[in-house]
Ligand binder design. Structure first.
Ligand SMILES: NC(=O)C1=CN([C@@H]2O[C@H](COP(=O)(O)OP(=O)(O)OC[C@H]3O[C@@H](n4cnc5c(N)ncnc54)[C@H](OP(=O)(O)O)[C@@H]3O)[C@@H](O)[C@H]2O)C=CC1
Ligand SMILES: O=C(O)[C@@H]1CCC=N1
Length: 426
């Protein structure tokens, strides 16, 4: 039987992903009793007891063993959205990762099943393994080179010492700055530049230093976000190029501007990363995808990921996906706002006061998104759960289909992606 005290933990995807990353990242000798993992989760803002962490780990292992025993069945597990973690769990469980100790592929004494829930506090925490080699760590991270970033070092000290610069003080720079300041980055270590003062006040309110000199930002920073409009990237990089050294990591968020262009404009061998964030970084619910340039190492990606982890979901991928992500998510948030606005206006048309209609529309978008993300269910599944046969929802959905909402949305992502590609060719 489940421990009633820890059954309803309501872990969301971000927290579970962070937990797995921390487990992979830890020096296992120090986390044998779970306290180090507990400290790291707490530092990241997730307040769980050691027993809750152990219980979560137990459920993840349980789901893994169930899927392994019955690979051809769908995976009904107690972990909602299990598919999101499956790859990481397989990578952990089927490598000689320190989490597992030696001989993990043989019979394990702490295997648990769906039906064998014991006392969480009695569960075995992962055992240390002396064989903690780089080669083994390489096994953890799975098949795709860009997935090697799973092996992140979320090092709070590293983040708090890093000097961070922003060239450009607009909406996106502010969103990222707010996101990273909710993590371990310190305002005293951040400097922002823009030609005018009109956007600098809000950074000063965060305790961040401001300047009109891009050169000053580069000279005082280890990692520099280039957050100007795409057509300004070339002049800005040309201007700062002579101050960029091998210690710098240059991260461009400009839509369409390719890694090849960045590397061409920067000194030889510069470390360049292309990042596509979105505006909800402001509220730590961004969706960010980055691609590393030819001189950016895995550690550089890991550093960026660690720095950004409080901005929201951070993924690494091949550069070809960045333009797609721009359509899907960078611009996609605006598509969602249009839909929210239209929902509210529909209600106004039917007689509801505007303020209330907008408030309910935004809560509806928030709730729908949160449920989608946390349940791990396909949107079509959730949609069918809202639809009563012959009820209101199916009538409304029929109207949306007649209006071509689905095709229009797909075309919107396509157009935005194409536009990003076009900007990249300029
Ligand atoms: N907004 C979004 O949702 C997203 C934007 N992006 C990308 O982020 C980048 C910035 O966009 P966004 O923040 O919306 O744009 P904004 O117009 O809000 O901000 C642009 C900033 O660049 C500054 N700037 C202009 N010229 C220079 C210069 N020569 N040197 C230094 N700074 C300069 C501007 O200064 P001043 O304050 O003086 O005007 C302003 O602060 C774009 O490339 C965009 O593609 C990516 C994903 C999402
Ligand atoms: O519209 C744009 O070009 C930028 C990039 C993604 C979101 N805003």
């Amino acid at each position: 039987m489940d421990d009633p005290g820890i059954k309803k933990q309501n872990w969301d995807v971000n927290e579970t992903e962070l937990f797995l990353e921390i487990l992979k990242d830890l020096d296992m000798k120090k986390c044998l009793d779970g306290r180090k993992a507990h400290r790291r989760m707490t530092a990241a803002g997730y307040h769980r007891t050691v027993d809750q962490l152990k219980f979560r780990w137990k459920l993840l292992k349980s789901a893994y063993y169930k899927c392994k025993r019955e690979p051809n069945l769908p995976a009904p597990t107690k972990i909602q959205g299990w598919w999101r973690y499956e790859k990481t769990m397989i990578a952990i469980m089927e490598s000689r990762h320190p989490l597992l100790g030696a001989g993990v592929n043989s019979v394990r004494n702490d295997e648990v099943t769906e039906d064998s829930d014991g006392e969480a506090s009695m569960l075995h925490w992962p055992q240390p393994c002396p064989d903690n080699t780089a080669q083994n760590l390489g096994l953890i991270v799975g098949v795709m080179p860009w997935m090697r970033c799973s092996l992140i070092k979320m090092d709070p000290e590293m983040d708090s010492q890093l000097k961070i610069g922003f060239i450009g003080a607009g909406n996106m720079a502010f969103g990222i700055a707010k996101g990273i300041l909710s993590g371990n980055a310190l305002p005293a270590n951040i400097k922002v530049s823009a030609p005018s003062s009109r956007n600098l006040g809000r950074f000063q309110e965060l305790g961040v230093a401001v300047t009109h000199s891009n050169e000053e930002v580069v000279s005082g920073s280890d990692l520099v976000f280039v957050a100007v409009k795409p057509h300004l990237v070339a002049p800005v990089l040309t201007e700062i190029s002579e101050h960029v050294t091998e210690r710098h990591i240059i991260v461009s968020v400009a839509a369409g501007v390719t890694l090849a262009t960045l590397e061409e404009l920067l000194p030889q061998n510069s470390v360049a990363i292309r990042l596509m964030p979105n505006l909800p970084c402001l509220v730590q619910e961004g969706a960010l995808l980055f691609a590393r340039g030819s001189h950016a190492k895995q550690e550089d990606g890991a550093l960026l990921r660690s720095l950004l982890h409080r901005c929201g979901l951070v993924e690494e991928g091949p550069e070809a996906w960045i333009d797609i992500h721009t359509g899907l998510s960078g611009s996609g948030v605006a598509f969602v706002y249009l839909f929210a606005e239209a929902l509210a206006e529909g209600a106004v048309k039917m007689g509801m006061p505007s303020a209330l209609a907008h408030s309910i529309a935004s809560q509806t978008v928030l709730g729908a998104g949160k449920l989608l993300r946390e349940s791990g269910k396909h949107p079509a599944q959730l949609r069918s759960e809202v639809c009563t046969p012959g009820g209101t929802t199916i009538y409304g959905l029929h109207t949306l289909e007649q209006g071509g909402l689905r095709a229009a949305t797909m075309s919107a992502v396509e157009s935005a992606t194409e536009r990003a590609r076009e900007l990249g060719r300029k």
